[in-house]
Design a protein around this ligand. Structure first.
Ligand SMILES: C[S@@+](CC[C@H](N)C(=O)[O-])C[C@H]1O[C@@H](n2cnc3c(N)ncnc32)[C@H](O)[C@@H]1O
Ligand SMILES: [Zn+2]
Length: 402
């Protein structure tokens, strides 16, 4: 008999397999648990509740689908905590998870609005959306969401829908296994101080390809990056024209590990496009990640409006802080974040404080903020070379040939 425990997240109570009991050996939840639940993902779900609420204030959702539901906590929170009469269908291949989800639906008095089906998500996404397509599909698997992506896109309402994808295969996405990233995401990853930026852009890149292959366009509404996973929220619409236009948003991210310059070039321009180094004496061959998404990472207004809703919800302190940082950096996500400590390591300088560097760049008329991606990094209108020069100025050091 599975040992169960009652949990609470936000305003929602539910039961799942006792995490402490089943994680004694590994120290963290694994796929071997009788029913999967990871309390640490509460922050992911908190932020998802806020973004769904913001989405609901702009677009209608009648039916949402969570194809890999685990205990069902995510969908239960969407139904309990986001205003509206939206309904939900959940799938899980694990019969025990399905049993627990059914119990959780009943305990939360949601039988009128939620159903659960046992089976393979890829098949159910297609078969269960035949009569009525989903207005929101939330793919939250173990590892990569890519195997579910085509079915998820085809299951979406063609008049416009929300698609969320979580990826936890960080070694592939962050440059430990570049060929694995290429095989799964269609782009190479590289090891670098901006590996999480690359991870998000690879996930957006494959989302562009699969939505495009299905005659849909996609616009990133928001992205979330943590040490253990990345997540994206996309508005998907039926538009071949927009998708054709977005072809220019696929390209390369180039990075010089010596002088720390980074740029984004469209696939059409190609890698022959000259790369500028921050020092004249830097001859290093830049490393290239991609092909990946080189467009903006979010809809700034969407994220900023979502942040205004935070006080209305019961969230983990960390979740509110993350959304605040996301809203600050939102207008500056066209260019990759810049890691100040990595620059200082490379130039053998003691890093200035974020506040000091933000003040100097802002004084130069270059908008600059912190980023939720990394505490040691900034988003800025300044180029990486301008940031390198600003740091040298603060430290009173002349940059060689800079
Ligand atoms: C990471 S957990 C889901 C966590 C859940 N979304 C949450 O927020 O708590 C992944 C779930 O996918 C289920 N699963 C794995 N492969 C599946 C498949 N092919 N079809 C349906 N469910 C699957 C597992 O049983 C597990 O419950
Ligand atoms: Zn260089």
């Amino acid at each position: 008999m599975t040992r169960l425990k009652e949990y609470r997240e936000g305003l929602t109570s539910f039961v799942s397999a006792d995490v402490q009991h089943y994680t004694e050996k590994e120290g963290q939840p694994t796929a071997d648990m009788p029913v999967f639940y990871n309390p640490k993902m509460c922050i992911n779900r908190d932020i998802s509740v806020i973004f769904l609420s913001e989405y609901l204030s702009r677009w209608d959702i009648d039916l949402l689908c969570e194809p890999l539901a685990g205990s069902g906590v995510r969908t239960l929170r969407y139904l309990n905590e986001c205003q509206g009469s939206h309904r939900a269908v959940m799938f899980d291949v694990n019969p025990e998870a399905v049993h627990i989800i059914q119990q959780n639906i009943e305990e939360n008095h949601l039988s009128e609005r939620a159903t659960v089906i046992q089976g393979d998500a890829r098949l159910l996404l297609l078969s269960e959306s035949r009569e009525k397509r989903f207005d929101f599909v939330d793919v939250d698997p173990f590892g990569t969401p890519v195997p579910y992506l085509n079915a998820a896109v085809q299951a979406l309402n063609p008049t416009g829908a929300l698609l969320s994808l979580t990826a936890t295969d960080m070694p592939a996405l962050c440059g430990v296994y570049p060929p694995v990233a290429f095989r799964k995401y269609g782009g190479f990853s590289i090891r670098s101080p901006i590996s999480h930026e690359i991870a998000i852009r690879l996930l957006l890149g494959v989302s562009y390809s699969v939505t495009g292959a299905n005659d849909r366009s996609m616009s990133p509404l928001a992205v979330l990056s943590t040490d253990h996973y990345v997540r994206v929220w996309l508005r998907v619409e039926s538009s071949r024209k927009t998708s054709n236009r977005q072809a220019k948003e696929i390209g390369w991210l180039r990075h010089c590990p010596r002088c720390m310059n980074t740029d984004l070039v469209s696939l059409r321009e190609g890698l022959e496009d000259e790369f500028n180094h921050c020092r004249d004496d830097c001859q290093y061959d830049p490393k290239a990640a991609g092909p990946l998404w080189i467009g903006s990472l979010c809809d700034a207004e969407f994220v900023q409006e979502a942040y205004k809703k935070v006080s209305e919800y019961k969230l983990h302190k960390k979740s509110s802080r993350l959304i605040q940082l996301m809203s600050q950096e939102a207008p500056l996500t066209e260019a990759p974040y810049i890691d100040i400590h990595a620059i200082c390591d490379s130039y053998r300088l003691t890093p200035p404080s974020n506040a000091e560097l933000i003040a100097v760049l802002t004084e130069q008329g270059l908008e600059t903020t912190r980023t939720h991606f990394r505490p040691t990094a900034l988003r800025t209108e300044a180029s990486p070379c301008e940031v390198v020069r600003a740091i040298h100025k603060i430290k009173g050091v002349a940059i060689q040939n800079g």
